[in-house]
Design a protein around this ligand. Structure first.
Ligand SMILES: Cc1ncc(COP(=O)(O)O)c(C=O)c1O
Length: 415
C-alpha cells in the first residue's frame, strides 16, 4: 500500500495522494468573500454580481413553466455536448445584431458559464511551461484557471486605451527569442475587468496585426460590452478578425442571471470541435433547461428589452460611486473612471496593503472588496482594490465608500 488508511478515528493521509495539479489551484478571492457576504450585514463591493432587482424573475418563471409543461420530457434529458441547436441559432442572430458574424451554429459551443470556457482553453492549449499573455491587471479567475495547467504568464500593462500593444510586441519578440511557446493572448478589450477601460480601435487593429505577424491566437473575453456608459466607438476584435485567429467568449451571467451558468465560446470550427471533446469529460453537457431558458430570453426579446434599462441603472450607480469616492476618499487615493462594466479599480497610497486591510474591513466596517494583487500576474497591485458598483444599492454605495475611506485613513495613520 503506498498510502496509509487508518481506521478507528484516524484519518486518511490525503497529502500523499493529491495530484500535482492541486498545487497550482488557488481559491479565488471572490469565492472566499462570498462566504462572508452570505452571512449578511455586509456591504458588498466584492463579486461582479448583477443588481438583484434586474433579474426578470416573473418573465423567467413564465418561460420555465412553459418549457417544462410543454417540452419537459425532452428538456430534462441529457443533451449534446456542443449545446442545443436552438440556443446556438439564437446566439448566431444575437451576435450578428451586435456586429459579430459567424457562418453557422457549428462555430459555437455552449459552456457552463464562461468560467468553464476559461478552463477549456487551458485544457486544449496549455502544456506545462507554455506561455500565456494577459493584461495587467486582468480577471483573477482567468489567471487561476490557466495556472492550473502550469503555464508561465507574460503581463502587458493596460492604460486608458486598453492593452499597451507597443509593449505587447516587445514582449512577444523577447519571448520568441527565448524560445517560449506562446499559446494565446487573453484580453478583455471592452469594459475590462477589473480596470473598466476599453481598448481603442487603433490598439485593436495593432493587436490583430501583431497576432498575424507572429501567428498567435487571441481570446476575446466579453461579458461586459453591453454595459457601456459613454458614447465610445468600439468594434469587437472578432468582427475585425480576417484570419480566424480570434476566439470570442461571452456569458448570460451579466445580461440575464449568473445562476443559470450558461456561457458560450465561438470561433474556428476546428477549435470548437476540440473544446467539445474536452467538455465531454467535464460535464457531458450544460443543463438543457437552463440553455433553453436563455434561448427563450433571446427569442422573445426579453434580453434586448432589459439591456437599455439595466445600462441606465448601472450608469447611475457608477456615477454614485465615483461621486462618493471623490467626496470621502483620503488624499493619495486614485481611481480610473470606468466607461463601462461593473467595477471601479482604486489605488490607495503605496503603504496600504489592501489584502491585510480586508480582514478589518470585513470584521469592523462590514464592507467587502477584492484586493488588487490577485489581478496582477507580476505581483504588483498590493495597494489596489476592485470595487463592484452594480450589486449594492445607491445608499449602500455611499455608506460603503464612507466606511472604506475610514479604514484606509486608519491604515495610512497607523503606518
Ligand atoms: C472577464 C470575465 N470572464 C469570465 C467570467 C465568468 O463568468 P461566468 O459567470 O459566465 O462564468 C467573468 C465573471 O465575472 C468575468 O468577469
Amino acid at each position: 500500500m503506498d498510502f496509509e488508511l487508518y481506521f478507528g478515528g484516524l484519518k486518511l493521509n490525503f497529502e500523499k495522494i493529491w495530484s500535482k495539479k492541486t498545487k497550482f489551484m488557488r481559491e479565488s478571492e471572490i469565492r472566499a468573500l462570498l462566504k462572508w457576504i452570505s452571512q449578511g450585514n455586509i456591504i458588498s463591493f466584492g463579486g461582479g454580481m448583477p443588481d438583484p432587482k434586474n433579474i426578470p424573475k416573473k418573465e423567467l418563471a413564465e418561460i420555465t413553466y412553459n418549457l417544462l409543461l410543454n417540452r419537459g420530457e425532452k428538456i430534462l434529458q441529457y443533451s449534446g455536448t456542443k449545446g442545443t441547436l436552438e440556443l446556438r441559432e439564437e446566439l448566431l442572430k444575437f451576435m450578428g445584431k451586435h456586429g459579430i458574424k459567424f457562418e453557422s451554429p457549428e462555430n459555437i459551443i455552449i459552456t457552463t458559464g464562461s468560467q468553464q470556457g476559461l478552463d477549456l482553453l487551458g485544457r486544449i492549449f496549455i502544456d506545462p511551461g507554455d506561455t500565456v499573455i494577459v493584461e495587467i491587471p486582468t480577471y483573477l479567475a482567468a489567471i487561476n484557471a490557466f495556472q492550473v495547467y502550469e503555464c508561465k504568464f507574460i503581463g502587458v500593462p493596460v492604460d486608458d486605451e486598453g492593452m499597451r500593444t507597443d509593449i505587447l510586441e516587445e514582449k512577444v519578440k523577447e519571448a520568441e527569442g527565448r524560445g517560449e511557446r506562446i499559446k494565446f493572448i487573453y484580453t478583455i478589450p471592452t469594459c475590462q475587468n477589473p480596470s473598466g477601460v476599453s481598448m481603442s480601435i487603433d490598439r485593436r487593429r495593432h493587436l490583430l496585426e501583431i497576432a498575424s505577424k507572429y501567428d498567435l491566437l487571441v481570446v476575446e473575453d466579453d461579458p461586459y460590452s453591453y454595459f457601456l456608459y459613454e458614447p465610445v466607438e468600439f468594434k469587437y476584435l472578432k468582427s475585425m478578425d480576417r484570419e480566424g485567429r480570434v476566439l470570442f467568449m461571452s456569458t448570460f451571467s451579466k445580461i440575464l442571471a449568473p445562476g443559470l451558468r450558461v456561457g458560450w465560446l465561438a470561433g474556428d470550427r476546428e477549435a470548437i470541435e476540440k473544446f467539445c471533446l474536452a467538455k465531454q469529460s467535464m460535464d457531458l453537457c450544460t443543463s438543457q433547461l437552463n440553455q433553453l431558458i436563455a434561448s427563450e430570453a433571446l427569442r422573445t426579446g426579453l434580453i434586448e428589452r432589459q439591456l437599455p434599462k439595466i445600462r441606465e441603472i448601472y450608469r447611475e450607480k457608477r456615477n454614485t460611486m465615483l461621486k462618493s469616492l471623490e467626496t470621502y476618499m483620503p488624499e493619495g487615493c486614485r481611481w480610473a473612471r470606468p466607461i463601462g462594466g461593473m467595477f471601479i479599480f482604486v489605488w490607495a497610497p503605496e503603504n496600504v496593503d489592501t489584502k491585510k486591510m480586508l480582514k478589518r474591513c470585513l470584521e469592523k466596517y462590514r464592507v467587502a472588496y477584492v484586493p488588487g494583487r490577485s489581478f496582477h500576474v507580476d505581483g504588483s497591485g498590493g495597494n489596489a482594490m476592485r470595487l463592484n458598483f452594480t450589486y449594492p444599492s445607491k445608499e449602500e454605495i455611499v455608506e460603503g465608500v464612507k466606511r472604506l475611506s475610514k479604514a484606509i485613513r486608519e491604515e495610512i495613520e497607523s503606518s
